[in-house]
Write a protein that binds this ligand. Sequence first.
Ligand code: TRP
Length: 504
Amino acid sequence: MERGKWGSNFGFLLAAVGSAVGLGNIWRFSFLCYKNGGGTFLVPYGLAMLTTGIPLLILEFALGHKMRASAPKSMHAIAHDWEWVGWWPVIFVMFGINVYYVVVIAWCALYMLYSVQSPFPWEGNTETYFYHEFLGLTDGVFDMGHVSLPIVGMTAVLWLVLWFICVRRVERGVEVACKIFMPVLFILTSILVVWGLFLTGAPAGVVQYLKPDWAKLGEVQVWREAFGQMFFSLSLGFGIMIAYASYLPQRTNLVRNAFITAIADGGYSIFAGFAVFSVLGYMAHVKGVGVDSVVKSGPGLCFVVYPEAISKLPAFNSVFGFLFFLTLVLAGLTSAMSIIEAFVAAAVDKFGWGRTKVVTVVCLVACGGSVVFTTGAGLLWLDIVDHFLNSYGLVIVGLLEAILVGWYYRIDHLHFHLSEAKQGRYPMAWDVWWEWSVKFVAPTALAIILAWSVMDEFAAPFGGYPTEALVMIGLGWVIGTFLLSGVFTVFTKHRDRDLASRAD
Ligand code: TRP
């Protein structure tokens, strides 16, 4: 069967940016700025992008494009024994991160529908409503409470939508969806930003978001968070960008594509921050308190603070609420579909199964997995799985990728490929920067972050959860998916002959 092919480079870019721009850009980035020195945070963030993010993005693009293969097959081509470095991320993102990510999108979709009800169901106390009535949150990780029917229902609907998109070949599925979703997402965000900036108190919020505090540059924690956010946001170490690049035509400018993707992702984060913080400024104004007392990130921002702001807006409350949650849904869906594509590409590459069959099975299994996160303990499970997969899974994969390509495979192979694909000069001007970043800076930064996480883990149990819960759920997920990647690796061998020629 012939591989999918993007209809155009622009379609590829929309899909890559669609994967990168997700909930994290909206509910986390601006909070990190606020917490870590306002506008000053852009310095570590920008440096993280230049020294690790963009170089690794170029690496993933180059790898997928040169091998014309998904992550496992690409890794196999450069080092047979390390094929699992390709399998592990697509497995744990697909059957870990994505499984709860879709549940969070379902919360957003439900809140979007609730926004047009009057009165709003959260009226009165948004916090009690969200945690107790909406989620039915229990007291402990092993007290599952009950499954919330609206959430399960919506989660199933979203998996069906994702199935519907991904079951088609990439140029008719993901590409078409991103060509519709991404422009709409951008327009919606612009509306929210302009609307927000006209609210009273907005300037005070924006000041809190961006007020520089240069002293923060001296705190290592700030740098760690900049690297972590950048890495997650660019979908690095997910195996996604490798698969996406494999659908590009032979002649393409991968370096430029990497820069555009990274800049669009960072730019979107900064832009969306204005919408978030102008509304926070408005809330502080209405309540007569300082902006600091209303600031939250993650679910607390979207489902506690924002609903309250929506209730308190002077006019068109429902419209604002609807548009805000729709923005989150669209941003989330384009990320969620990207990992399905990456996993499916991997399975099709290796086993030669039909696409329809793989997508159907994968979506069904993952949808079943999502049910855990719709129970009363769902938010707690989400917190734990999220922490472990992000702190260990993604970072280890990024580290191994950089080391294997930089030191084992020899980076000039890819370097030559980049100039060949572009039909440009070799070596290229940025030769040294890329090579040094991949070989030295990125592995060092990732190794430090990893070591630090391990130390933190032993210093105190994450989030105050009981140790047995962390080991069973968090470590269990990390190790379980790791073992599974081993199984997938040894299952059958890739047809080595056609790959061997591509690896040189
Ligand atoms: N980059 C996204 C964000 O910032 C996260 C993401 C990318 C993601 N691809 C994904 C999450 C696939 C789940 C599945 O939020």
